[in-house]
Design a protein around this ligand. Sequence first.
Ligand SMILES: [Zn+2]
Length: 244
Amino acid sequence: MNYIEAATSTWQECRSFLGRHPFAILPLGATEQHGLHLPQNTDSLIAEALALQVGRESMGMILPTIPIGYSWVWRDYPGSLTFSFDTFRAVIKDIVVSLDRNGCRALLILTTHGANPQPIKYASRELVDHTAIRVLRAFYPNLSQIMTDADSTTWQNSNFHAEEFETSLMLYLHPNLVDMTKAVSEYPPYSLAYEMSTLPMGALSESGVFGDATVATAKKGERWFNLCVANIVKVWKEFLGLPE
Ligand SMILES: [Zn+2]
């Protein structure tokens, strides 16, 4: 078996797996507003599905999805949860140290939430001199190439949220959780102040959507999901030194 799910396996199965393949995959999601048509666990569900498929097509012990991330920008939306930057960074570091002790030697941290890559990057940097585990981090590598057949444009500086891409992935993965009758298109006005101040992204939008959710389809979602998986598998295999 080239992958195993840690949460539903026994410690002995994990030991035997890591003895043969000392690699793991950690999906990091979020619980945060995704407009009126998507559930708050959108990022977590997508991260979980990607991690599982990447594991199936490459190698690794798949870890349980962490359902809360760094979501400061949505803190005024009821139900949206956030760790502080330092707490989230500490959570990542604690998980990496656990894996290091378990004999894991390479970890893919896979996130689908745009504010998570920074804490992941700094957590990995702080660990690199103290652990034997190598960390690779992925947030939709080459996304602009993947979305060449998108029907809408992304918001300011390639920011996207609850729009065509995420909604399409959810229509493919979990159609029962999407209410397209409530999907909207919203492009909040360009704001330089947003980039240069502490103005949260959440304050700019009426609906919570940044982009056009109305043009999402399950067919696009399927195509984009498979391309995302292929991209991540490619770089992860390369990182592990496995043949393509
Ligand atoms: Zn999202």
